[in-house]
Design a protein around this ligand. Structure first.
Ligand code: 6PG
Length: 225
């Protein structure tokens, strides 16, 4: 069921409220956040919320395998817009590490993600092609990436099909579905049509369909024009 908002600002307010509600109680918790353009306003709102940030771990649904100082880095986005003000007290778990390869970093992140608190909220985005995190349609990584029972929690994506064409690291469906709540935030008519098509056509199965059709983790879909 899609929750429709009258503006992107109202969507961002609602997403920040939904995350805050779930992570307001003391004790270990996690926020797993997407990159891209949609989460920025949500991060701005969350950073000012009075939550037990010192108990919370923030990590990413995916990352570009670039230096954290790069404008392509999701870590840079999160450090700049979420881990400031109140939220500066949170612990950050980066996916990009010292390397030397994307696979080495993915293995390192795999081990650290295994220790993430079960009380986790995932802020998920979706691309216009139906990708989620860095799980792209037709990609060879989908065999493991979309398997809810895969061994891995984080895998490398050496040759993503979308710009920026740098290697990526992505959480797998198993990692994303380990949370207590997924909030999928999408904007624009094109993505609304894609969500509706996934709901209406079982044969249509871009990566987002894995998450929209599962019953392992409660999911809310927020949409604004
Ligand atoms: C990334 C994101 C990516 C994003 C979608 C939607 O690293 O680019 O994690 O998966 O969530 O591409 O992006 P928008 O929110 O910009 O539409």
């Amino acid at each position: 069921m899609i929750e429709v908002f009258t503006s992107r600002e109202a969507l961002a307010d609602a997403a920040a409220d939904a995350v805050s509600e779930r992570l307001a109680a003391r004790g270990p918790g996690a926020l797993v956040a997407a990159g891209g353009s949609t989460p920025g306003p949500i991060f701005d709102r969350l950073s000012r919320r009075t939550l037990p940030w010192e108990d919370l771990t923030v990590t990413l649904t995916d990352e570009r395998w670039v230096d954290p100082s790069s404008d392509d880095s999701n870590e840079k986005l999160v450090r700049g817009r979420l881990l400031v003000d109140e939220a500066a007290k949170a612990t950050f778990l980066p996916l990009k590490g010292p390397g030397p390869t994307p696979e080495a970093d993915a293995e390192r992140a795999d081990a650290r993600l295994a220790t993430l608190p079960s009380r986790a909220v995932v802020l998920l985005g979706m691309g216009a092609d139906g990708h989620v995190a860095s799980l792209f349609p037709g990609a060879p990584e989908l065999v493991v990436g979309l398997d809810p029972d895969a061994e891995r929690l984080c895998i490398p994506v050496p040759r993503p099909g979308l710009a920026p064409f740098v290697p990526r690291l992505t959480l797998t469906a198993r990692a994303i579905l380990r949370g207590e709540l997924i909030i999928l935030t999408v904007t624009g008519d094109g993505k609304r049509a894609l969500i509706d098509r996934i709901a209406g056509d079982p044969a249509y199965a871009p990566p987002a369909a894995t998450f929209l059709r599962q019953d392992r983790c409660p999911m809310r879909v927020f949409w604004a024009a």
